[in-house]
Design a protein around this ligand. Sequence first.
Ligand SMILES: NC(=O)c1ccc[n+]([C@@H]2O[C@H](COP(=O)([O-])OP(=O)(O)OC[C@H]3O[C@@H](n4cnc5c(N)ncnc54)[C@H](OP(=O)(O)O)[C@@H]3O)[C@@H](O)[C@H]2O)c1
Length: 260
Amino acid sequence: MSTTTLAPMPIASPLPAALKERGVLIVGGSSGIGLAAAALLTGLGARVTLIARDPARLSAAVDGLRATPGASVLGVAGDGTDEAVLEQAIERAGQVDHVLVTAGSLAVGALLDTPHQQVRAAVEGRIWGAYGAARAVARHLPAAGSLTLSSGLYVTRPIAGAAASIAGIGAVEALTRALAVELAPRRLRVNAIRYGVVDTPLSRAAMGAPDAAAMAAAGAAAPLGRFATADEAASAVLFLMANNFVTGTVVTVDGGQSLI
Ligand SMILES: NC(=O)c1ccc[n+]([C@@H]2O[C@H](COP(=O)([O-])OP(=O)(O)OC[C@H]3O[C@@H](n4cnc5c(N)ncnc54)[C@H](OP(=O)(O)O)[C@@H]3O)[C@@H](O)[C@H]2O)c1
């Protein structure tokens, strides 16, 4: 890719309402934060394309979103770490202005019990998934387009038994800053969101909390007395997509969890 210097970054309303009729690709859109972002964006009148691997769950997510009057929602089943899947999704979506990557897993295991091969796929999927998404963004998005990546509290408040995965998430934050510099001349923006615990299927499974009551009990000790809702996490995505002057930033949405 050659880097072309364009006109200055366009000035537009920085409010989420400006995302109406914008094309948004969500890599990891059938559950949790990605699905919540898709619902918020659909409500604003954005055109949304979701990528996820499990076709049944993806199809249920798409059907649910299409219940919103006027919704424009497309599902593409596949592995979002595969650039060919991203290319196919962008081609089917028509124009894409913003990309959100939430796909990613946390591989755990104590250091001495866990050879790197055991956690390699999760670590590599996170790094190369973000890298591949950035390549697709650089190839296809217009000026003022954006890429939003996902990080987590463990980067600054690590737990034991997840060192390689945490390093992979930290790499995503480093990638965010490096890509922001590299893509700025094309007037493309790159940001990440560092989430605390958000009530989603992922965190419920990780915490062994099967339902809302168990999550409420687990979250009672958090600074604000609960964990985030997926909507609260996803609203930061809308802020980053809409504001043309934010790039290279890691926004924290953790209810103060990193402070204690
Ligand atoms: N929830 C939290 O408390 C929390 C905290 C810190 C950071 N995060 C990070 O935030 C992100 C979103 O978390 P979440 O809680 O919303 O997770 P989630 O509820 O498990 O949703 C993850 C979504 O990504 C999809 N996905 C996963 N791997 C994929 C791949 N390789 N290709 C395409 N789609 C893929 C999943 O569908 P398929 O499985 O069908 O592909 C699903 O739609 C993750 O990166 C997570 O590590 C979450």
